[in-house]
Design a protein around this ligand. Sequence first.
Ligand code: PLP
Length: 454
Amino acid sequence: MLPSIDRLLLQSGGVVEKYGHRATTVALQEVVQNRRERIVSGHHASTDEDSITQAAERILETRATPETRPVFNLTGTVLHTNLGRAVLPEKAIAAISSAAMDYSNLELNLATGKRGDRESHVESLVCELTGAEAATFVNNNAAAVLLVLNTLAMNREVPVSRGELVEIGGSFRIPEVMQRANCTLIEVGATNRTHIKDFRDAINEQTALLMKVHTSNYKIEGFTKEVSISELAKLAAEFELPFVMDLGSGSLVDFGRFGLPHEPTAAHILSQGADVITFSGDKLLGGPQSGLIAGRADLIARIKANPLKRALRLDKMTLAGLTEVLKLYRNPDGLEQNLPTLRHLTRPAEQIRQQAERVAPTIAAVLGERYCVEVCDAASQIGSGSLPTETIPSSAIGIRSANIGEDNTHSIAAAFRALPTPVIGHTRKGSFMLDLRCLDDEARFVAQLGSLRI
Ligand SMILES: *Cc1c(COP(=O)(O)O)cnc(C)c1O
């Protein structure tokens, strides 16, 4: 006989106090129902009250743990979209938490007591850092592109090179965004070669603007020709059309100075003649998810006035975080220390190797004879469609079965994912690889290795 829910509730005072009457009732009902079904179908299930209460408590405990948990990103990809892209600097985290905790002067001018503009601080920062006349902010770069196109090209035509019709992660494709923005994409040139003449021939009275898209996640090689930013800017100016460029990742400092692959800066692209640029806040910039739009004041004013802007605008926490991240760019020399994304990208390979050599013996000891654990060279990626073909030398710990020919990378990967703080690696040629480039908290990583069960 299974006990009644009322009877079980009377017995579970402590559980009710912790999780509430309603949630506890639901969990108890689930357990009782489950056991009843098992008994009816001829299986054994305990009808003991304590056993039912304990099972309900386990359900409640699982439900109370956050669904999104911290993980160790040892994939070797610094900006991993599935793992949340950029890790934020402490100052940004503090600003986000303070914005969440207290009322603020988000839209109040403290000097005049009148209504203020939530973007004014962050806008002047972006202008200072890029040389733009004005700037505005939305949820992500996809929203930025949508808003710019919808504002400046609704019901009109936009020529784009066939070599630049990018798809980012499946859901963002230039042709589809064009459609949703209510403008007509005019494909010009060929996949591998586009000439300035192709753009010139596409211009007519229906043309709204010229657009260039950063080919973030692929590279066209071989017999190729791309129209440069300055050529397109000149052509746009000749026809008095705005020239818009989607930078994708975008960056505010020259990565070359940190020994990283060169990526043109937002300031450089504006100086080449782009009228409006769009880029992500959480790619190379290293901030929270957001989309930045910067450029000519008259065009930005029109973009701000689009009713869609309100639907896509940033919330107070993201604005607070983004502002603090941008402030770090006032001191480029401090970025390697202060901005986690850059700190990870610039960690010297030698330092990563030493760390791998420190950590590998512990993994080997936990796994025992059945596995080979070795330190090997690795190639980290920047990720998130930033500099797709460039890699950064790194070191990894490779783990594979000691039985030659046996591939159990799936079960090794699953065991690392099952750790209290899940560890995410990648597989390469029959080995499970842990690239330590982004391992900040080595002590916590090592401390949990004892729980590894394969
Ligand atoms: C990443 C990217 C986008 C989308 O940016 P999100 O911030 O992820 O919305 C758009 N265009 C290009 C070229 C990109 O690289």
